[in-house]
Design a protein around this ligand. Structure first.
Ligand code: ADP
Ligand code: MG
Length: 614
């Protein structure tokens, strides 16, 4: 009996009809899955022009007899499903029995295949689904399928294709997804003549990940893990400094299946909130495991979407796993090594993955940590950054005339003492020495066997931002004797007035002032009157663009923090430097609110090597 038969129409109808061939990426996915189903443990994927002109997948799988090869291109021809009951027990990847037929219908296909042990193989040529040539062929065991000129006969579909570069990127993503779901299969991927990836296929997840991501992210991957009885999460996420411009590097596997899920994506990104620039996205390879009954995979015919029984639990598990990875990345950012060192470091990594890979804080522990209110740090206040309130709660919101536009020198004096106390504590807790300030921008610190270079503005900005986000009251507002009239345009003014209360909570009191303007009567004491209009304009813009209050709110916090932070290019006092350095070295401050690192480390070994001492 031939291995391949046409499905009973009834069974065929049972199978949700999905668009198999949408674009080159989906063709590649189907072909790889066929190869893996055919038992291949090594395969090569090659594309040219984003896969539009040429796709080749060669495997060392079970091959097909000449007869089967022809049947394979018939619609609903499959060797993987015999009857209705078989549907339930589907273990193989593709089972619709329509991929080859659908691909062949819209392209020119060449198939070369030989069963192991067979004297010869067969070569088939198809055009728009019709076999135009069949020849016996001498070829290696296994199967090679070449797909040329995709959609050559469907101009309507062709119109929808993106630029070759975009289609190529989608193919790459498809290949990576397949490779990551099958570390036991060695996949070689060639794009326009260049080898892009080659996974070892030795079954090791770590080796597989590093062979794919090694080049792109090198050292910028963090291990994420959380585990409880219901859900386990493990994998790698990108450090904020190596974020991407899109979501193309987010890979989620639920019970071994690569899925798309808004929920998982949201959980991931939530954990990065405020360590990334707006418009930047984290990358990840996360394996999420749970009971089969806790997840429904039959939402989409291609089974790429899933639905979770307990969405909250899944969200939390992923969120905390990622957060713990980011938390763990304490301390200053390392100074990049010279290129040849990076290469060497990568090779070392590839050969011997880190021992404590996937080992990190359990979710429960982290949850406690996250639940704990933020440690109360003194709020730095711009030029008067040492004006701390150590114990007293923030002053009441409406402290009229608390501060005139020129801060009184006296006020500053009275706050000196707590600063000294704070710094005394710092000194005991932290073991470092400030060398000085370079270029009026960077703080140089010696700690242990390393020199740490801190971007003082970025670090300070982060410190203020965290305070603001933790609900720190910016109530120490300054009332303006003459309101500042900001001409923002009608739309912007409306957008701001609609969020009047939110703004007030942040210390900005505005009111309507004729067409297209608002009058600002009160603003946070950290903010210079001259900067106020620009901040409001930015907030309005963000409100109008995103429409999301929370985004605009964050945007506003960013603006306030940036304006209030000490400026690069202006010399700071030794106390200021020390205060900021202590925060950075404690590990509490790692990235500025836009995701830029706040510090770099230059180790003694690197210096010694540079000077050829060792
Ligand atoms: P399905 O994968 O759902 O069965 P396809 O149209 O993708 O449907 O493939 C049809 C049949 O062709 C498969 O069931 C399989 O028997 C055969 N086939 C496809 N690709 C290969 C391959 N690379 N090696 C061996 N057999 C293959
Ligand atoms: Mg298939």
């Amino acid at each position: 009996m031939a291995k391949i038969r046409q499905l009973d129409p009834h069974v065929a109808d049972l199978i949700a009809a999905g668009e198999v061939v949408e674009r080159p990426g989906s063709v590649v996915k189907e072909l790889i899955e066929n190869s893996i189903d055919a038992g291949a443990d090594a395969l090569t994927v090659e594309i040219k022009n984003g896969g539009m002109s040429y796709i080749r997948v060669s495997d060392n799988g079970c091959g097909m007899s000449p007869e089967d090869a022809k049947t394979a291109f018939l619609r609903h021809a499959t060797s993987k499903l015999r009857d209705e009951r078989g549907l339930e027990a589907i273990g193989t990847l593709g089972f619709r029995g329509e991929a080859l037929a659908a691909i062949a219908a819209v392209s020119r296909v060449e198939l070369l295949t030989r069963e192991p042990g067979a004297a010869e193989g067969v070569s088939l040529t198809l055009e728009a689904g019709e076999i135009t040539e069949e020849l016996p062929a001498g070829c290696p065991e296994g199967t090679t399928i070449v797909v040329r000129e995709l959609f050559f006969n469907t101009p309507a579909r062709l119109k929808y294709m993106k630029k070759d570069s975009a289609e190529g990127a989608a193919v790459s993503a498809a290949v990576i997804r397949c490779a990551l779901s099958h570390p036991e299969v060695s996949i070689r991927y060639i794009k326009d003549g260049t080898e892009e990836a080659h996974t070892p296929g030795d079954g090791s997840m770590e080796a597989c990940i590093y062979s794919i991501f090694g080049q792109a992210f090198s050292k910028g991957l963090l291990e994420a893990k959380s585990e409880d009885e219901e859900i386990s999460v493990s994998g790698l996420v990108t450090a904020p400094a190596v974020s991407r411009g899109n979501r193309g590097w987010q890979f989620f596997f639920v019970n071994g299946r690569c899925v798309k899920s808004k929920l998982l994506q949201a959980a991931l990104e939530q954990a990065y909130k405020n360590s990334l620039f707006t418009g930047k996205f984290p990358g990840c390879v996360l394996y999420i495991k749970m009971k089969l009954s806790a997840v429904d995979v039959n939402v989409h015919p291609a089974k790429t979407e899933v639905r979770f029984l307990n969405e909250r639990a899944v969200f939390d598990a992923v969120y905390y796993a990622v957060l713990s990875a980011l938390e763990k990345e304490k301390g200053p950012h390392e100074l990049p090594l010279p290129p040849e060192k990076v290469m060497r470091a990568q090779n070392v990594k590839k050969a011997e993955p880190k021992k404590d890979f996937f080992k990190t804080m359990p979710a429960s522990q982290l949850q406690q940590k996250a639940a704990k209110p933020q440690e109360s740090l003194p709020l730095s206040r711009g030029k008067q950054m040492f004006r701390y309130e150590t114990s007293a709660p923030a002053a009441p919101a409406k402290a009229p005339e608390r501060r005139s536009e020129e801060p009184a020198a006296k006020e500053r004096e009275t706050r000196e003492e707590p600063v000294q106390q704070r710094l005394a504590g710092v000194e005991k807790a932290e073991d470092f020495r400030i060398i000085g300030e370079a270029l009026d921008t960077y703080i140089l610190v010696e700690k242990g066997e390393a020199i740490i270079i801190i971007d003082k503005h970025a670090a300070h900005e982060r410190m203020i931002f965290d305070r603001l986000r933790a609900g720190e009251d910016l109530s120490a507002s300054q009332f303006l004797l003459t309101p500042l009239v900001c001409e923002l345009g009608a739309e912007a003014a409306q957008a701001l007035l609609a969020e009047k209360e939110q703004l007030e909570a942040l210390g900005f009191e505005i009111s309507e002032f004729g067409a297209g303007a608002v009058a600002l009567r009160r603003l946070p004491s950290d903010i210079n009157r001259d900067d106020a209009e620009e901040i409001l304009a930015e907030a309005a813009e963000s409100l109008m663009a995103g429409g999301k209050v929370q985004n605009a709110h964050d945007e506003l916090l960013h603006s306030v923090a940036c304006r209030a932070a000490i400026k690069a290019g202006k010399r700071s006092s030794p106390e200021e430097l020390k205060y900021i350095a202590a925060e950075v070295i404690s590990g509490r401050v790692k990235y500025c609110p836009h995701g830029r690192p706040v510090s770099m480390e230059l180790g003694k070994t690197a210096l010694d090597k540079g000077f050829k001492r060792i």
